[in-house]
Design a protein around this ligand. Structure first.
Ligand code: PEP
Ligand code: MN
Length: 352
């Protein structure tokens, strides 16, 4: 970190800054130029708060030379993190993971039917919301506890690992018991108490990017989970809010290669919420894979027109089949295309 010192700063004010930096076990070196002084902070500056530094009287400005995140960064860990979910590996060295299922769980019967359709198409992880974070309090809020029970039944009958979204810390125990991946939705990406609680458990976390969050904010949110001790974090690009109105969100495909460059964590893409439009799910799935994503999460329904939520972006079984077929052909790994042929082979679940 480089700090520009104010022209008229007193030695006492600079000493106060130096004492503060040293109290964080870092070193401060002052360099005198022709008409300005700068201070260089040496050491692990991820422990420093920019605003705390700015609050010192002698500080005019500061510039970070490294990222504010640490454990999630590639500087900290060179090799990709690969996360094992019941035998399915999610990470750069493995095949694309296809996650599919309805937006909301509607009943045990439909959940099982959809899971069977997803599995037959080649999807390997089943998604479904039990607790729903809806914009309107009048919209369907999810089957809640019953939804989680239905998901547990799906796992038993269809033998697929389950991902579902948690909304609050109080729900942690039931999620640990019933799901294989705990999803943190866009609206909760910066719920830091929730992130801290998830850092203390040993379960994969699917962390979705907030719709107004920068990539740095997403990575800082992931840092909360890693610093607590849970290293199993999968990041998800699901579109951000822009001025563009043609789609529900603007899917930031460039986030995939960017995150891959700066972080070792697996990255998946959600083209369903990313576009809000069924017919755009296939092309954006292929774009995500071309950009280097490790997996794709797609909303699938046996009868999308009657889905209890997000029907316009749900694909039916035939459409999902086609998407999985195309998505299974290749994966971009370290900038190279690995061709898998036309086989639907995503690895088998070991521990169900
Ligand atoms: C979801 O995946 O069901 C969901 C609500 O997504 P998001 O949090 O990205 O809006
Ligand atoms: Mn949805």
């Amino acid at each position: 970190m480089i700090i520009t010192i104010k022209e008229n700063a007193s030695e006492r004010a600079i000493k106060a800054l130096e004492d503060y930096v040293q109290s964080k076990n870092l070193m401060l070196e002052i360099a005198q130029g022709n008409n300005m002084r700068i201070a260089i902070v040496i050491g692990d500056t991820s422990l420093l708060d920019d605003n705390a530094i700015r609050s010192f009287d002698c500080v005019s400005d500061l510039k970070r030379l490294t990222h504010p995140y640490k454990l999630v960064s590639r500087d900290y860990q060179k090799e990709d993190t690969v996360i094992d979910v019941c035998g399915i590996k999610i990470g750069q060295h493995e095949k694309i993971v296809m996650i599919g299922g309805p937006c909301s769980i509607e009943s045990e019967e439909t959940a099982i039917e959809i899971a069977q359709g997803v599995k037959e198409a080649g999807g390997t992880i089943f998604r479904g919301g039990a607790y729903k974070a809806r914009t309107s309090p009048y919209s369907f809020q999810g089957l809640r506890e019953k939804g989680l029970e239905d998901l547990a039944k799906v796992k038993k009958v269809v033998k697929m690992p389950i991902v579902s979204e948690i909304l609050s810390v109080e729900q942690l125990d039931e999620f640990v018991k019933n799901v294989d991946i705990i999803q943190v939705g866009a609206r909760n990406m910066q719920n830091y108490e929730l992130l801290k609680a998830l850092g203390k458990i040993d379960k994969p976390i699917l962390l979705k990017r907030g719709y107004a969050a920068t990539i740095e904010e997403l990575l800082m949110a992931a840092e909360y989970i890693l610093v607590g001790g849970n290293k199993k974090v999968i990041l998800c690009e699901r579109g951000i809010r822009t001025f563009a109105k043609a789609t529900r969100n603007t899917l930031d495909i460039s986030a995939v290669p960017y995150i891959k460059k700066v972080s070792h964590l697996p990255v998946i893409v959600d083209p369903s919420h990313g576009t809000g439009k069924r017919d755009l799910v296939e092309p954006m799935t292929l774009a995500a894979i071309a950009a280097g994503a490790d997996g794709v999460m797609i909303e699938v329904h046996n009868n999308p027109q009657f889905a209890w939520s997000d029907g316009a972006q749900c694909v039916n079984f035939a459409e999902y089949n086609k998407i999985v077929e195309k998505a299974s052909i290749f994966k971009i790994k370290d900038g190279n295309i690995t061709n898998y042929g036309r086989k639907k082979n995503y690895g088998t679940t070991k521990t169900l």
